[in-house]
Ligand binder design. Structure first.
Ligand code: NAD
Length: 357
């Protein structure tokens, strides 16, 4: 398998990554290297206890904490947190958590220009991208802006040992979706493809071990390594059908982010494999089926992932509307977006059936 292309444009962000169990305890050292004296620590209310621990790791460089990071990055929360950063005279943001907390750090960076050290505790991958999604009056908008790309990432496997098993599974599939769609992205480069395949492999090999022993730091480390690779792919290339469908389902039917990704991914891959089997061949090989969607469906079932949109509370009567919405806004996809085929895809995803394409 070669990822050579006769022409490509590759872009990489200047990001410093430190990886290792316990590496969070080197935070003061990182702040010193960056010349930061007043770090504002960000968490969700659910992870507020980590703010105290991180204040200790910062030592004299801790300025305070804001522990109200909220799902979907509402702008009023970001405005309040940016004011808190100004009041405290913060010169660095330290985001500790999943995509919601990292989103808050990015939103503050957008408003203030403050640099960020990010310590991810899920596999969602936001730490590795210049992408920010924000919500205002129930509307979500997404932008790509180099200003929000975190400059330093500390990956500490000990922090993901607390991730509940259900979230471990859905968060991992959310990450794998970035890599899988990266394989057929129009703007892929040999590097993004290499990272995508290795990211998928890392999750394939380590997830069953993590589920057998959720506090095993070595296996957790390999999943976090996969998250870094998959997130970096998301930061480098454009996404297609899978991400658009999840965005539509999440936005219009209020379905949960990671679970929706987990359910849709095998179906979106099966749909696109019909058009670009050669680009998805590495995924097919990794998951042991000629069709990567079916291979991934079996993998998802084995690791106990949610398989059916109906189990998330979606009504079957909404499938027609979802299909209309999915085809309404034109976007690039390796296979044309055909209304009836998308409706059939959604039906299978709603029922939890094996992908049919
Ligand atoms: P999340 O950050 O919303 O976390 C969900 C809950 O789990 C929170 O209560 C959190 O405190 C808790 N949690 C997180 N890590 C934990 C741990 N190790 N142990 C125990 N509890 C933990 O979930 P997420 O899936 O990481 O992020 C989802 C959000 O991120 C969505 O809004 C999505 O749009 C966004 N996202 C953005 C990008 C990007 O590039 N901009 C990429 C991926 C996801």
């Amino acid at each position: 398998m070669s990822f050579f292309r006769e022409q490509f444009t590759a872009r990489s962000a200047a990001v410093r990554v430190r990886f290792g169990a316990g590496v969070r305890k080197c935070l003061a050292e990182e702040l010193e290297t960056l010349g930061a004296r007043r770090a504002l620590i960000l968490t969700t209310p659910q992870q507020a206890d980590l703010a105290d621990a991180f204040a200790e790791y910062c030592g004299a460089r801790a300025a305070g904490a804001y522990t109200n990071a909220t799902m979907h990055t509402p702008v009023d929360v970001s405005d309040e947190a940016a004011s808190r950063a100004a009041e405290l005279g913060a010169d660095m943001l330290v985001s500790v958590g999943g995509g919601s907390t990292i989103g808050l750090g990015k939103a503050i960076a957008l408003r203030t220009g403050l640099p960020q050290v990010v310590v991810p505790t899920t596999y969602a991958g936001s730490e590795a991208t210049p992408i920010l999604g924000q919500t205002e009056n129930g509307m979500k908008t997404t932008q790509t802006n180099a200003k929000v790309q975190p400059g330093t990432i500390l990956y500490d496997a000990e922090l993901v040992t607390t991730l509940p098993v259900e979230m471990t599974v859905t968060s991992a599939l959310n990450a794998m979706a970035h890599a899988a769609e990266g394989l057929y992205a129009r703007d892929r480069s040999p590097l993004s493809s290499l990272m995508a395949v290795e990211g998928l492999r890392a999750f394939r090999d380590s997830l069953p071990n993590v589920l057998a022993a959720p506090t095993d730091v070595a296996s957790r480390g390999e999943t976090l390594y996969g998250a870094w690779l998959c997130g970096t792919v998301l930061g480098q290339v454009g996404m297609a059908l899978h991400h658009k469908l999840c965005h539509t389902l999440g936005g219009s039917f209020n379905l949960p982010h990671a679970e929706t990704h987990a359910i849709i991914l095998p179906h979106a891959l099966a749909y696109n494999a019909a058009a670009v089997p050669e680009l998805l061949a590495p995924a097919a090989e990794l998951f042991g089926d000629d069709n990567p969607g079916r291979g991934l469906y079996r993998f998802a079932r084995e690791i106990g992932a949610p398989l059916a949109l109906r189990d998330l509370g979606m009504s079957e009567a909404d499938l027609d509307k979802a299909a209309e919405l999915a085809v309404a806004n034109a976007y690039w996809n390796p296979r044309p977006i055909e209304r009836d085929a998308i409706r059939a895809l959604l039906q299978a995803a709603w029922s939890g059936d094996m992908p049919a394409f």
